[in-house]
Write a new protein. Structure first.
Length: 335
């Protein structure tokens, strides 16, 4: 191993330290004139489950007299917290470094590289996010087959989603085999990461329309319901308007957004006499293949409304005071 193989070298220099490799191939870190023997463990992208697994190897290095240091591509926030609690060093390609030394420690905390963000998004976006939605909506631990039935996902897709949630440290399991039950163990942690992911993505893509001859958003939603019922179109109010229905917070919401299957968008727009516009819209339609059944949709006051979680996901990045409303909804209905 050469000095160039030590990717944490630049981060270490910030603290006035340096790392070298001795004749026996051991990593030696010198800080404040004191030399420390460090045992290196290589890892890819690390989440809490990965950190717990590698802790055994770290304990063996410590027993052999070396300070364990994991050299990783990316270390998630949850994994960092676990490793710091266990006094296990880590570094990643983003320049973060935690090095617990006798009597002191070095901590350089930087945002995880994009690899970690992509892994989170893989679980909390697209169809795989439906598994998380079902689990978040359940009032008890549930089986994988129940998640598949409620979400419409295949058992393979459910298994992949559950594995991702488990790796990220958000899933708890009870039992084994076909009777194994799952529940979300860290609702707050999951929602915080989901929030950050949605904010980075920006507003939901939606088709924007102007529906004439409506005096208010309330008139518009009643008209949407009447026309959709007559046309046999399944819809679900969502986003800011839906969030306001679940947890009132704003004085008024001027625009209405609903989820509609792609095949029904044009039919509903035509039946409403709506014009497709870029600005000045009062109705938005999100093309959706989310099941129009519990836990994703329910009836409220004679209207079909997306679940609190779905409204929250669709409202977060809409700009203005939408984020305040979304955070209020999370406190009132999701936590």
């Amino acid at each position: 191993m050469a000095d160039g193989d030590l990717p944490f070298q630049n981060a270490l220099r910030i603290s006035g330290g340096q790392a070298t490799v001795d004749a026996d191939g051991n990593c030696i870190i010198e800080v404040g004139g004191i030399r420390h023997r460090v045992g290196l463990l290589r890892a890819g992208v690390m989440f809490p489950r990965d950190a717990r697994a590698i802790a055994w190897d770290a304990a063996a290095l410590r027993a052999a007299g070396s300070i364990p240091l994991i050299v990783s591509e990316a270390v998630s926030e949850g994994a960092r917290e676990f490793l710091r609690a266990q006094s296990i060093g880590y570094s990643d390609e983003g320049g973060s470094l935690f090095l617990p030394l006798p009597g002191s420690f070095i901590l350089i905390d930087r945002a995880p590289p994009k690899r970690e963000k992509r892994a989170v998004k893989g679980v909390l976006s697209g169809k795989t996010s439906l598994a998380a939605h079902v689990l978040m909506s359940a009032d008890r631990p549930i089986k994988g087959v129940e998640i598949a039935a409620a979400s419409g996902l295949s058992m393979g897709a459910v298994s992949a989603a559950l594995d991702g949630l488990d790796r990220l440290g958000w899933l708890a399991t009870e039992g084994s085999g076909p009777r194994k039950l799952r529940r979300i163990s860290d609702r707050r942690g999951l929602l915080e990461r989901w929030r950050a992911s949605r904010l980075s993505d920006g507003p939901r893509d939606k088709k924007k329309f102007y529906v004439p001859q409506v005096r208010s958003a309330e008139d518009l939603v009643r008209r949407i319901h009447e026309v959709a019922d007559k046309e046999g179109v399944e819809y679900a109010l969502t986003g800011v308007y839906g969030a306001q229905l679940h947890a009132p917070y704003l004085t008024s919401v001027p625009q209405v957004v609903c989820r509609v299957a792609e095949a029904d968008v044009a039919r509903l727009a035509d039946a409403l006499g709506a014009r497709h516009v870029s600005d000045g819209w009062n109705m938005g339609m999100i093309v959706s293949d989310v099941p129009m059944a519990p836990p994703f949709r329910s009836e409220m006051g004679g209207l079909w409304v997306s679940s609190p979680l779905m409204c929250w996901v669709d409202a977060i990045a809409e700009g203005g005071r939408a984020l305040e409303l979304a955070d209020h909804l999370a406190r009132e209905r999701l936590l």
